[in-house]
Design a protein around this ligand. Structure first.
Ligand SMILES: [Mg+2]
Length: 348
């Protein structure tokens, strides 16, 4: 489906391990003041002075987290960076550095890794993070990418998952469910392609959804917006596994209950039409589809006037006493318990 535009196929063995790292990282520039030493010594050296430092790691495995038959390597590199930066954002912190480790089998030529690194470099530029280290090694089968992101935050600004209080408002950025339906479209086209490789699918009605899947963005802008609005969330998490699963994380860690309104959940018109076409319920998709990388957070009611009317933010419910439990109020005004059905890569 995705055309292989790489005419040249230089075997990885052409470069030694170190030669390969040098080759792939030679264009990277350092911009962060906190980076004292980047790639080129036994370890990077960072100096955060009096800031608190957040560190997060995410691993992506071919066949588990991505399928190279429809994920271009450049997009994969971009996404691998973004999902880590999203976790830094969820701490209300600013990402500053990443390290990149990849294991790759010899079925990939050097040109494929160049594509992957082009995506990593594009994301590093877009989010202004320095690539300060990493490792490249061989795998017997497939491709594996592990990225670690480092970020900084003033001690009084860090936001955890466990400080939501009853009556706090539950707020989400952007819209939900798009990345999951984008994946459904790509999976369907892959099946069509298997049967008829000549078929040129018209994917234009699904551009937004496919982009949500292949090229997600971390909501760094929301962290900056909240700072500007002088709103410090009481708790925050990024939506990687689906809204219901993240609500359960925030609520259980904060020991509160929650009421969520179905008619408040932000969904894009493209999601509604595609859900109709696939005959699936858009609310179910918004609740359980993963990988939107939006931010879900709670704020004190006193802060509501500051966010009111902002097109990037939607109040979707409120927190309650723990004993009240977690509920969704449907459009028909029925109250149903919220259960986790997020993406579980462990059981396929
Ligand atoms: Mg997270």
């Amino acid at each position: 489906m995705i055309e292989d535009k790489n005419q040249q196929r230089t075997p990885l063995s052409e470069y030694g391990e170190f030669g390969l790292i040098d080759h792939l990282t030679k264009n990277l520039k350092l911009n962060q003041q906190t980076t004292v030493k980047g790639i080129g010594d036994d370890a990077a050296v960072l100096d955060f002075k009096n800031k608190q430092v957040v560190v997060t790691t995410d691993m992506m495995v071919e066949g588990v987290h991505f399928d190279l038959s429809y994920v271009p390597l450049k997009h994969l590199g971009y996404k691998a960076v973004v999902v880590n930066i999203s976790d830094v954002c969820a701490m209300n912190a600013k990402a500053t550095q990443i390290t990149v480790s990849i294991a790759v089998s010899n079925r990939f030529p050097v040109e494929a890794l160049e594509e992957l690194y082009a995506g990593i470099e594009t994301a590093a530029k877009a989010y202004n993070v320095d690539v300060v280290g990493g490792d490249t090694t061989s795998s017997t089968k497939g491709l594996l990418i592990s990225i670690t992101a480092i970020g900084e935050v003033d001690a009084e600004k860090v936001v955890y998952r466990n400080q939501a209080k009853p009556k706090d408002l539950l707020v989400v950025s952007g819209d939900l469910g798009g990345a999951y339906m984008g994946l459904q479209v790509l999976e369907r086209e892959k099946e069509v392609f298997k049967v008829n490789p000549q078929n040129q699918p018209d994917l234009s009605p699904y551009t937004y959804l496919i982009e949500r899947q292949l090229k997600p963005e971390a909501r760094k802008d929301i962290v900056e917006l909240l700072e500007k609005l002088e709103v410090k969330p009481t708790s925050m998490i990024d939506i990687s596994d689906g809204l219901s699963s993240e609500i359960i994380h925030l609520s259980s860690q904060s020991k509160v209950g929650c009421v969520l309104y179905e008619n408040k959940i932000p969904i894009d018109p493209a999601l509604i039409s595609t859900c109709e076409e696939f005959d699936v319920d858009s609310t179910t998709v918004a609740l359980n589809g993963g990988e939107d990388y939006e931010l879900l957070f709670t704020i004190s009611q006193d802060d509501f006037p500051k966010i009111k009317g902002n097109p990037n933010l939607t109040v979707i419910g409120y927190m309650e006493e723990e004993k009240e439990g977690l509920h969704l109020i449907t459009r028909a005004e029925t109250k149903i318990p919220i259960k986790a059905q997020g993406w579980k890569n462990f059981n396929g």
